[in-house]
Design a protein around this ligand. Structure first.
Ligand code: CU
Length: 281
């Protein structure tokens, strides 16, 4: 009896140790990378139905023929995807109760990048805001589960601070695969799209084109970026390869971010949140 109890005790201790080790393992994020793969097409997004909560490693590629971004939006508990869509169709960029959770920014066809962003449990959608896309292909719903695991973000090569209304670089971008740690110092929400300028084009050409995308040919390629978070304290990381050239950091956040479908024409880019940078040979 005593022997049996001791065996049971040993087994229970062993199980407790195993449980503690595995718990610790997932907390550290070591080897727990569960990439969240998102593919944009012109007909909508391909993505998993469910992902764990926590810091997610998003692997994003645009397989479409137009520029697409992938904004992660957490719906409020009472809100359906249809209700969000109808608010968007009536002109709202920030339907009441829904929360932006960042995501990969504007990305040209054939380009890809990785983003690390923290997700809380709940019902989400993926939506692209480029050039009226938010009104046509249906957003892709997905669930963030209550299970938590963290993918470890890579060590950054530089930090970019998004503040009202400028980009502050701590470090510099070089030609290579680069990890950018994006911090929003605010006080407003911000986003950062990265464009690679075509020969002879300027940041002014980019801002003008972004307002009227169908007027003439594009002055730049969209290299991705990081979209806004309602919780501006959240740090987001991105990683991609950069070739030498002239680039523009650009924030298209509307100056007014309430749920009303009015007065959202003035963007942070209009207020000066545009920065040209050069990546040297
Ligand atoms: Cu901004």
């Amino acid at each position: 009896m005593q022997f049996a109890r001791r065996i049971t005790g040993t087994i229970l201790t062993a199980m407790a140790v195993l449980w503690a080790v595995s718990g610790c393992h997932s907390k550290l994020g070591r080897d727990s990378d569960t990439s969240f793969r998102i593919i944009a097409t012109d007909a909508g997004f391909e993505a998993p139905d469910r992902v764990p909560a926590g810091l997610r490693h998003i692997v994003y590629a645009n397989h479409g023929s137009e520029i697409h971004e992938a904004m992660l939006v957490k719906l409020s508990q009472s809100m359906t995807v249809g209700e969000y869509v109808s608010a968007v169709r009536s002109g709202s960029l920030f339907p009441a109760g829904a929360l932006d959770y960042s995501g990969p920014g504007l990305t040209s066809p054939g380009e890809s990048l990785e983003v690390w962003a923290k997700l809380d449990p709940g019902q989400y959608i993926l939506i692209c805001w480029n050039d009226g896309h938010a009104r046509s292909p249906p957003p892709r719903p997905f669930t963030v589960e209550y299970t938590i695991s963290d993918d470890r973000p890579p060590k950054e090569d530089l930090v970019i601070r998004l503040t009202d209304y400028r980009f502050e670089l701590i470090g510099s971008l070089t030609k290579a695969t680069q990890v950018i740690r994006a911090e929003t110092t605010g006080p407003s929400m911000h986003e950062m799209d990265i464009f690679r300028l075509h020969d002879g084009k300027t940041p002014v050409d980019v801002s003008r084109w972004r307002k009227h995308p169908s007027d003439g040919s594009a002055p730049a390629d969209a290299m991705g970026g990081v979209l806004d978070n309602h919780d501006i304290k959240r740090v987001v990381w991105m990683r991609r390869n950069f070739k030498p050239g002239r680039y523009v950091l650009h924030c298209e956040m509307p100056q007014v971010t309430n749920a009303e479908p009015t007065n959202q024409e003035t963007t942070h880019a209009d207020l000066g949140m545009v920065r040209e940078i050069e990546i040297e040979e």
